[in-house]
Design a protein around this ligand. Structure first.
Ligand code: THU
Length: 143
């Protein structure tokens, strides 16, 4: 990813680049059962970017969403501090994360910015804690 311009402050990729990365990686989705290819790009607070796609299974519940693929790749890379997640689905309508992915992301930081995009047009955005208010958060287990 090439980082240019003032939005680069802190070494983080601009939101438009993150959305572009999520749109690009959709090409690698394995979605033969739904035909709904999703891409995700997760930026860490240090500026690293990890991508994921949905990987479906003929045994339908064994499939996994793009967001959790990106999250798993980032955690496997040694990262736990996330700044922005971009998700891109098919069509013109922005594709927001499902409830399971919202919960999986809430494991880390509720201030995560989530950008949802379609194939074209402007993304919409929220903070994760707006998408999943009153989350069952790690503090609930008091560890
Ligand atoms: N999907 C995602 O990858 N992310 C979401 O947040 C919503 C749904 C995938 C799961 C399934 O492979 C396909 O989209 C249709 O639900």
């Amino acid at each position: 990813m090439t980082h240019t311009g003032p939005a680069e402050v802190g070494g983080r990729p601009p939101h438009a680049e993150l959305v572009a990365a999520a749109r690009r990686v959709r090409a690698n989705a394995h979605a033969p059962w739904s035909g709904f290819a999703v891409g995700a790009a997760l930026a860490t607070t240090s500026g690293a970017v990890f991508c994921g796609v949905n990987v479906e299974s003929v045994a339908l519940p064994a499939g996994v969403c793009a967001e959790r693929g990106a999250l798993a790749a980032a955690v496997a890379g040694g990262h736990r501090d996330f700044a922005v997640l971009a998700v891109a689905g098919p069509g013109a309508q922005p594709s927001p994360p499902c409830g399971v992915c919202r919960q999986a992301l809430a494991e880390f930081d509720g201030e995560l910015v989530v950008l949802a995009a379609g194939e074209t047009g402007e993304p919409i955005s929220w903070r994760l804690d707006e998408l999943l208010p009153d989350a069952f958060a790690p503090q609930r287990l008091d560890r």
